[in-house]
Design a protein around this ligand. Structure first.
Ligand code: BES
Ligand code: MN
Ligand code: ZN
Length: 491
């Protein structure tokens, strides 16, 4: 989707922002020629009240170059928010996307900042993952290619939009990766894709199996040993702070490019969704893109553990004991609880290498978090109230809300093992998201500010009705991470 800012309202379709209560009359009065009332009547005929995201589409008047005009409800003026503007523009674009119009103009942005947020919403709603649909019927193909936001301060809006466009690029990258099929996106090809981001000024380092073996990452490597694809650990560095030596914030992502469950094989139905089990890593890579593109004045490192969890003659077994790089042994009781096994070695590496002042991991870690929170909130676990508060605030502003769950010694006991330092599952059916978080916490250094986001319910959403997101891969996590940095860690 091409986004433009211009003073002229030109396009196949022209949409007018209407606040709740106006009933669209303000703009209608302008469009109806003296003595005419067709537009006013067309709007009044429906139930349009200017509610947020409400859209009425009507035929453009005879004298207009446009083919149609739309009234776009933006809700009450007093309740306006950046996210609200984004969602309104998104609802509009979703409505117009396939309808025949090639260009759309949005009229009525009160200032350049609003214009920029309308643009972000339009862009995110225009996202599609169509590259494998080679024979898409014409009526299922988007027609809309350009959205222009009408504003008197086009140059100012363009400047305000630049960091938002950076964010959108990160979100789009994450969505693409989550949607990519697992025969295309596997640990090796994934590492190659991230390597290309050096173009943005990110410093990229890739650890292969040999390098990780040297470091003693028996836990991560155990998960990948049943796959013909070599596991990878990829580090992305952005040192944008004035003091390049100051401790960075670290993002850590679970990148299981396909999770069959391993020898503890998952049931067949729905298993295809496990191509998205790398959603945490995609969010981390996407956030790094956003941070680099807008040249954030902060030191941030992103680390992703990329593995494929396959059953095979060489796959790890329930009962195996592995040694993590941190020098702790783990009894594998279920090979499907693999995300934590990947993350523990990446968390260790992040701390050893970077001594981060805060460390946030994202993972599609447990089905249990979907039972608890559905697809509305991601689960937040943290050893630090300040970091938890920062993430909660960032998520709210960005429309990626999180809900904090507890940690505690009582839960931690569940992952004690009779034969090793710990086991990789708790008591079946009992607080599964929390015991997974307890496992991770065992690898967090004393005193290190750490948060874990369980995004199993938000990385993809079947039948999603959020206008800013597509139906499946959401790109969840890019926005909250980008905002966390922007609001708290920049010079
Ligand atoms: N990747 C899954 C978690 C998941 C489930 C993500 C559904 C998205 C949707 C994870 O690796 C997993 O299999 N977890 C197990 C843990 C259990 C064996 C302790 C689970 O949640 O069932
Ligand atoms: Mn699993
Ligand atoms: Zn998994």
């Amino acid at each position: 989707m091409q986004i433009k800012f211009s003073a002229e309202p030109t396009g196949d379709a022209i949409a007018y922002l209407c606040y709740e209560g106006d009933k669209g009359v303000e703009f209608a009065a302008d469009l109806d020629k003296p003595g005419e009332s067709a537009i006013r009547r067309a709007i009044a005929a429906g139930s349009f009240k200017g509610g947020a995201g409400q859209v009425v589409e009507i035929l453009a008047p005879e004298w207009s170059d446009a083919s149609r005009v739309l009234a776009l409800g933006v809700g009450k003026k007093s309740a306006a928010s950046d996210l609200g503007w984004q969602k309104a523009a998104a609802a509009l674009v979703k409505r117009v996307l396939l309808g025949g119009a090639k260009s759309l103009a949005i009229v009525g942005a009160p200032d350049r900042g609003v214009a920029a947020h309308l643009a972000l919403g339009a862009r995110l709603a225009g996202y599609r993952f169509d590259q494998y649909r080679l024979n898409l019927k014409a009526e299922k193909k988007p027609t809309l290619t350009t959205v222009s936001i009408v504003t008197d301060s086009a140059a100012g809006a363009r400047a305000d939009y630049a960091p938002l466009a950076a964010k959108a690029e990160g979100v789009e990258f994450a969505r693409d990766l989550v949607s990519e099929p697992p025969n295309v996106l596997h640990p090796e090809s994934y590492a190659d894709r991230i390597q290309e981001l050096t173009e943005l000024g990110l410093e990229i380092e890739v650890l292969d199996v040999a390098a990780m073996t040297k470091l003693g990452m028996g836990s991560l490597l155990g998960v990948g040993q049943g796959s013909v694809r070599g596991s990878r650990l990829v580090v992305m560095k952005w040192m944008g702070a004035k003091d390049k030596k100051s401790a960075p914030v670290a993002f850590v992502g679970k990148g299981v490019t396909f999770d069959t469950g391993g020898i503890s094989l998952k049931p067949g139905p729905g298993m295809q969704d496990m191509k998205g089990d790398m959603g945490g890593s995609a969010a981390v890579a996407g956030a790094m893109i956003s941070i680099a593109k807008r040249k954030a004045k902060a030191n941030v490192v992103g680390l992703v553990g990329l593995v494929e969890n396959m059953p095979d003659g060489n796959a790890q077994r329930p009962g195996d004991i592995v040694r993590a790089a941190a020098g702790k042994t783990i009894e594998i009781q279920n090979t499907d609880a693999e995300g934590r096994l990947v993350l523990c070695d990446v968390l260790w590496y992040a701390q050893k290498k970077f001594h981060p002042k805060a460390m946030i991991d994202l993972a599609t870690l447990t089905g249990a978090i979907i039972i608890s929170l559905g697809n509305e909130h991601a689960g937040l676990f943290s050893n630090n109230d300040d970091l938890a508060a920062k993430l909660t605030a960032a998520g709210k502003v960005e429309g990626e809300p999180v809900w904090r769950l507890p940690l505690g010694a009582g839960y931690d006991k569940q992952i004690d093992s009779d034969v090793a330092d710990m086991r990789n599952i708790g008591n079946a059916g009992n607080a599964g998201s929390i015991t997974a978080a307890q496992f991770l916490q065992r690898f967090v250094d004393e005193g290190r500010a750490w948060a874990h986001l369980d995004i199993a319910g938000t990385a993809w959403k079947p039948g999603n009705d959020n206008p800013l997101e597509p139906t499946w891969a959401t790109g969840w996590g890019v926005r909250i991470l980008d905002r966390l940095i922007a609001d708290n860690y920049e010079d």
